[in-house]
Write a protein that binds this ligand. Structure first.
Ligand code: FAD
Length: 488
């Protein structure tokens, strides 16, 4: 019997990020991954939004991604570009980088953190009891864990076996995506019709073509044929351009569903296992990675016994509304992408609105994930929002705020009198840093906010408590997020 504290089913972007988070918190974690290697058929996600880059920066690994991709203004809403270059973040842009590269970088990081990945085998089922969970694998190896996290994608077996409902909307449109060669000269670029949006893009300088096209009818099944592709091209372009040498062909849909619950006792869901939607707006991979960062430190504390299980409930409370919003947004974009005259008029009206400064800022912050606010109650605008990456001056010299989060530990930044805030009973879980910062505190969309005298930052980079010159509420916040005081 092999035992781990946490077993993650699925080593896609979400599972890899979660494994890294748990390993940083020194939790014994392993991944079970169906694929024999990290190789990915086709291109899938095309990049990262600003908040995801920030989250990676909080762990000191953003540069690995930035070095391989192309920085660009990637945020948009129904094809209206949303520029974030004036946003108060170090990463006021997105990153164009294909998912196979993203996954390889994550896999290398997880490897450095010595997380075992059982590749080329699948989770087949599991049985929960009071003390743990037996996980059944295709190779028959007995595996036991305290928790099992389903990061096994949209068709999640973990979700189904846990009996968790997945309510939502069936597909209204199915799309084919392919990498091919064509004998004829394709009509490059984007085309819109009453079914939706289609595109023919150059690969390898135009020798090969990346096709995205709707199908004339909603079709089910994972394995579309080249004849299906020909039919789809003819329906949209009136010709199949003599398509041949198809190296990748896949179907995706605008199916939109969200798990009714993100947890059933010792089983948790994250990423596509918890929510699926159309790829419009490039959100899925991004929110999956951010699910993992929200869950990782909470699960680590529960596994180690420093926090009661109820902290896991906040994973659903905080992340379910974020995905629900993405579902709504992607449904709106999918509708707007249909090109009949009335929808075109609506899209152009929406586009006019989004060019105005305030709507542009709001939607840009939403699409790039910079506006997230977890409901931690009323108070200072920083409460529940992302900590800005300030240039601080600490006792050990200049430090960026994000650098203080590299080890995925909570930090109390004390900007008032040195030694003012006593958190001795929590120093095994929370680090206190005395620092100075003379600049403006500026948040995306909100602008400048009143400078706090201290901030308690959770390992995921969200602010759990804001000081106003006193320590009022600090003890409660420490107990809520990091467990009871340790007087031993
Ligand atoms: C055409 C297209 C374009 C997209 N573009 C974007 C974009 O631009 N931006 C964006 O953010 N998102 C985009 N997405 C969405 C993105 O690809 C997904 O949201 C992302 O892959 C989800 O990551 P995940 O780790 O949760 O799930 P997955 O990537 O699906 O990973 C699940 C993993 O679990 C493994 N697995 C499954 N079942 C089992 C089992 N029983 N046992 C063991 N292993 C198992 C699988 O092999 C896989 O490796 C796009 C998707 C598509 C289809």
């Amino acid at each position: 019997m092999t035992e781990h504290a946490v077993v993650i089913a699925g080593g896609g972007p979400t599972g890899l990020m979660l494994a890294g988070e748990l390993a940083l918190s020194r939790v014994d974690v392993a991944i079970v991954e169906r694929r024999a290697s990290q190789e990915l058929a086709g291109s899938r996600a095309g990049g990262l939004h600003s908040r995801t880059i920030e989250v990676l920066d909080q762990r000191g690994i953003a540069d690995r991604f930035l070095a391989q991709g192309q920085v660009a203004q990637v945020a948009q809403f129904a094809m209206t570009p949303l520029d974030i270059s004036d946003f108060p973040t170090r990463h006021n842009y997105g990153l164009a980088l294909w998912q196979d590269r993203i996954e390889r970088i994550f896999a290398a990081w997880v490897d450095e953190l010595a997380v075992p990945i059982y590749r080329g085998r699948e989770v087949l089922g599991f049985a929960q009891d009071d003390t743990g969970i037996d996980v059944e694998l295709t190779d028959g190896r007995p595996l036991r864990a305290k928790y099992l996290v389903g990061c096994d994608g949209g068709r999640s077996l973990i979700r189904k076996k846990a009996g968790i409902d997945f309510p939502g909307w069936d597909p209204s449109t199915t799309y084919l995506i392919a990498e091919v060669e064509m004998t004829g000269e394709p009509a490059w670029g984007i085309r819109r019709d009453d079914k939706g949006i289609h595109g023919l893009g150059k690969l390898e300088g135009g020798k090969r073509v990346r096709v995205v096209s709707t199908e004339p009818h909603v079709r089910q099944g994972d394995e579309p044929t080249v004849d299906d592709l020909r039919e789809a091209l003819i329906a949209v372009y009136g010709t199949d351009y003599g398509v041949h040498s198809v190296t990748w062909l896949s179907r995706f849909t605008d199916t939109t569903r969200q798990a009714a619950s993100y947890r059933d006792r010792r089983v948790l869901l994250a990423g596509d296992a918890a929510h699926v939607h159309a790829p419009a707006g490039g959100q899925g991979l991004n929110i999956g990675v951010q699910d993992a960062v929200n869950l990782g430190w909470k699960l680590a504390q529960v596994v180690k016994g420093t926090s009661p299980e109820r902290v896991l409930d906040t994973y659903q409370t905080e992340r379910h509304p974020i995905a629900a919003r993405v579902l709504k947004t992607t449904m709106a974009i999918t509708a707007l992408n249909r090109g009949d005259d009335r929808m075109t008029a609506l899209r152009e009206t929406m586009s006019d609105l989004l060019k105005m400064d305030e709507p542009r800022k709001r939607y840009a912050a939403m699409m790039s994930g910079l506006d997230i606010r977890y409901d931690l109650g009323a108070g200072h605008p920083l409460l529940g929002r992302r900590m800005p990456d300030l240039d601080l001056v600490t006792e050990s010299g200049p430090r960026r705020a994000f650098t203080l989060l590299h080890d995925a530990r909570a930090v109390l930044i004390n900007l008032g009198e040195p030694d003012a805030l006593d958190i001795a009973p929590w120093t095994d879980r929370v680090r206190r840093v005395d620092a100075r910062y003379a600049g403006v505190w500026e948040l995306p969309v909100l602008g400048a906010v009143v400078a706090p005298t201290a901030v308690l930052i959770r390992p995921d980079g969200y602010v759990a408590w804001v000081g106003d010159g006193t320590d009022q509420g600090l003890g409660d916040a420490l107990i809520t997020w990091f467990g009871p005081p340790n007087h031993g």
